[in-house]
Ligand binder design. Structure first.
Ligand code: ZN
Length: 384
């Protein structure tokens, strides 16, 4: 993490800040123009909660800090609109799943705008990328990375847990939790996953060389990232619960299809937000809604509450956190209202942001220094 302010100031005075490189997830990430980013988006079947907001605000900060170094970004944020939970939620309300999904997306986009999250460059919908999944499945079959069985195309995944640094037991528990059905006897190996599968009765289905059906979730994101960004991304982002199986399989499928490693130069898995000791999740109703927080505080205050911590650490939400963030934001605004320029302080603020997105340190340096250092930080992090 960032050293104390004095250290950064000293470096700046030696002129070492002329080439700025972001360190992300513990490693320097030299970037060319533009930086390619993929963040796993929502399944539009319910309201936006603080766990989602945290992922998309942090991804937005990666983008803004990269931009601060003079490098443009191309961000894809997909919409998982082919999914059993969405189909079920739409059916319960007697609406076509596409229409129901679009209404939920509208509310999501409204929450993101209130949190000053810049819209993505590409917002692919799974239902518009079925053809790309079919092509991906064909490519995986051609390279021997997948096999066809009873209307399914399964990806050979026995190596994926090891590549993700997990024991078989831990991987099995996660695969079961996230619906990969490792006990399905159709599969050669419990870690094989569906690239294509027949649709359930009443669920949307599309034609394919293997019969009518629909994509598997990991394959959807693999296909949408290939279609919008190509075979390599600089940053693959999402919530910590997506590290395995979702991102591990997305990475494995793309690498198997393209022959290019590594698909994701860095992975940013944003720490889980907990409430009353448990993960915040729609399934359990254990939620803090973004819209409720926005009725109590500004979007900038909610944003700062999410950012005033390490991005990778899980944390427990408590209502006082929003009061603390509101107070901290007032201090930053007050500092921004003072005169003066301190180049060393501005350099120290930038150095903190580049040091694995150490927003907490950057904010405190800016408050101490005031003037341009505070004003520039407010702009860079969109805390206006
Ligand atoms: Zn995804």
């Amino acid at each position: 993490m960032a050293g104390p302010m004095g250290h950064a100031v000293q470096e700046s005075s030696r002129g070492t800040s002329s080439s700025e490189t972001l360190t992300l997830a513990g490693e320097p990430l030299p970037l060319t123009i533009p930086a390619r980013m993929y963040v796993c988006g929502i399944t539009p079947y319910d309201v936006t909660h603080l766990g989602h907001a945290s992922v998309f605000v942090w991804t937005d900060v990666v983008r803004r800090v990269v931009r601060m170094t003079g490098v443009d970004t191309v961000l894809t944020r997909n919409v998982t609109d082919v999914d059993d939970v969405l189909t079920r939620a739409a059916a319960e309300r007697g609406r076509p799943y596409e229409e129901f999904g679009l209404i939920q997306e509208y509310f999501f986009d409204r929450d993101m705008a209130a949190l000053h999250v810049r819209p993505p460059t590409h917002a692919p919908h799974a239902r518009h990328h079925i053809e790309h999944v079919v092509r991906l499945a064909s490519a995986l079959l051609a390279t021997g990375a997948a096999y066809e069985r009873d209307g399914h195309v399964f990806f050979h995944g026995s190596h994926v847990p090891d590549a993700a640094g997990l024991t078989a037991e831990a991987a099995l528990a996660l695969s079961s939790e996230y619906g990969d059905r490792p006990d399905d006897p159709l599969r050669d190996d419990p870690f094989d996953v569906a690239v294509w599968r027949p649709s359930g009765a009443g669920d949307p289905a599309w034609p394919s060389p293997w019969g009518p059906g629909r994509p598997g979730w990991h394959a959807e994101c693999a296909a949408m990232s290939l279609a919008t960004l190509g075979g390599v991304v600089d940053v693959l982002a999402g919530g910590a619960d997506l590290a395995f199986p979702h991102h591990a399989y997305q990475v494995a499928m793309v690498e198997a299809a393209t022959g290019v490693t590594r698909f994701a130069r860095r992975q940013v898995h944003v720490g889980t937000v907990r409430l009353d000791g448990a993960k915040m999740a729609k399934a359990t109703g254990n939620l803090v809604l973004v819209s409720d927080l926005l009725s109590r505080a500004s979007g900038a205050a909610v944003r700062l509450m999410l950012l005033d911590r390490s991005w990778h650490q899980a944390w427990e939400y408590h209502p006082t956190a929003l009061d603390d963030a509101t107070q901290l934001l007032e201090e930053l605004y007050a500092a921004g209202g003072t005169r003066g320029t301190a180049e060393a302080a501005e350099a120290a603020v930038r150095a903190a942001l580049l040091d694995d997105l150490d927003v907490s340190t950057a904010v405190r340096i800016a408050i101490d220094a005031g003037g341009d250092a505070a004003r520039r930080l407010i702009r860079t992090l969109a805390l206006h």
